[in-house]
Design a protein around this ligand. Structure first.
Ligand code: CP
Length: 300
């Protein structure tokens, strides 16, 4: 694997390989990190949107594997002076960089970066389109709990229109033969035709009846751009509660985070037995370390 731009470009065997490496790293890390397999590599984190989980876990994974990490954010770059992303990438491409990890608000920024940079590009979340390492982490989390992906029925609930996690989840779980559905109010229905291929539930009760696993999505307030939503309607009809999960025998709850507590899910659910939210965060580290090793070829 020489880059990770989006999930739809990966073969099933590559997904299996990334997941196997993630589990191997988790089981053998003290031995592997002593070898510093990415020693001498310069990895640039270009995060042009805020992030806690993805940025921290990529940075920790780079450091633990022995790489040098260079940060560029929107605020401390010349983008604030009007330099375009294209020219920023050309500038950064002049330096001896071994990999670029990019997060940006535009759908095609990772593809643009790949067309400009000579080094491998890794997508850390772009636009409303792609968040491949989140999907890898979610798959690892479910497999770890004994879920067989080819028997899984998963329903994504909430702001499907503005989420980058929703299309990534759809692509990756479908690739691994899970049955995927979506459940969204009319104001969060997807515009993307690809997303309209999936079974869609208008009622949360029907979604809960269908699903073994519910993935609640964050309401992407920063992408609503003045578009009015009815928050009371959302909370009354789409908020996931402990009582509902129990009533319908849902096995697990996922949420990519950050959570708007008491809006997308009932307060307290994050730490409940059914929630795998902290496992998703933890496994983000292992899958990102796996992606780095697969892309940069560090022997373990
Ligand atoms: N899930 C996710 O991408 O979280 P961050 O924005 O905190 O990285």
């Amino acid at each position: 694997m020489d880059k990770l731009l989006d999930f739809d470009r990966l073969k099933e065997s590559q997904v299996d390989n990334l997941l196997n490496t993630s589990f191997f790293l988790k089981g053998n890390f003290s031995r592997i990190k002593d070898k510093k397999p990415l020693s001498g590599k310069n990895i640039l984190l270009l995060f042009l949107e805020p992030s806690t989980r993805t940025k921290t876990s990529f940075e920790l994974a780079c450091s633990a594997l022995g790489a040098n990490v260079i940060h560029v954010s929107q605020l401390d770059s010349s983008i604030t002076k009007g330099e375009t992303l294209e020219n920023t990438l050309k500038t950064l491409g002049s330096y001896p960089i071994d990999a670029l990890i990019i997060r940006d608000s535009k759908d095609d920024s990772a593809i643009l970066a790949n067309s400009i940079m000579k080094c491998p590009v890794i997508n850390a979340g772009t636009g409303r389109k792609a968040h491949p390492t989140q999907s890898l982490s979610d798959m690892m989390t479910l497999i770890e709990k004994g879920v067989k992906l080819d028997e899984l029925k998963i329903c994504i609930v909430g702001d499907v229109q503005n989420s980058r996690v929703a299309p990534s989840t759809n692509f990756c779980f479908t690739k691994m033969h899970s049955e995927v559905a979506i459940c969204a109010p009319r104001y969060f229905q997807p515009n993307d035709l690809d997303m309209n291929r999936f079974t869609s539930f208008a009622s949360l009760n029907d979604a809960l009846e269908f699903a073994d696993v519910i993935m609640a999505l964050r309401i992407q307030n920063e992408r609503l751009q003045g578009h009015q939503i009815d928050l009371n309607d959302y909370v009354n009809n789409f908020r996931i509660t402990k009582e509902l999960l129990k009533k319908y025998s849902v096995k697990f709850l996922l949420h990519p985070g950050p959570v708007n507590e008491n809006v997308e899910i009932e307060k307290g659910l994050i730490d409940s037995k059914i929630s795998l939210i902290s496992d998703q965060v933890e496994n983000g580290f292992w899958v990102r370390a796996s992606v780095l090793l697969n892309v940069l070829g560090g022997g373990i």
